[in-house]
Design a protein around this ligand. Sequence first.
Ligand code: NI
Length: 176
Amino acid sequence: MAVRDIVRLGDPRLRARAAEVPEAMFGGAELRALLQDLRDTMAARDGAGLAAPQIAVPLRVVIYGFTHNPRYPNAAPIPETVLVNPCIEPLGEAREAGWEGCLSVPGLRGEVERWQRIRLHWRDPLGAAHTAEREGFHARVVQHECDHLDGVLFPDRLRDPHAFGFSEELRAAGVL
Ligand code: NI
């Protein structure tokens, strides 16, 4: 287990499309070790989620979940979930604006529109396939983390360039 360095905005590794996890890796020690590093790093930084490219591993693996998160104090708890090779399908047309942050964009928050409801397809670390519907903040976290697998970061999706700034300043201004 290890807390890994987090790659920050500006590093080209965050902008690459991550590769599918190959069949041979499911259930194996390499994937297990990667998940432990993601879990340890997310916990050490109070993250709501973390994608493998954020620790410089170019694979389609995401972890998220928390009981109480000081970075998102009003969010309802989400059980720890690991998504391998995830795929998102929007349900309906409804989109919802909300403030997001990212461990790769430290200190900043921006308002981003996301699908309100999605159907999510993924594999678990042993290789079993799952499908589930998600909505609200849970759906937002999934969309944010899965964006990392395609080299997309939340500032790319700002609803309005003015709805973006340092968390401390936004809080002082009463916006957050
Ligand atoms: Ni992020």
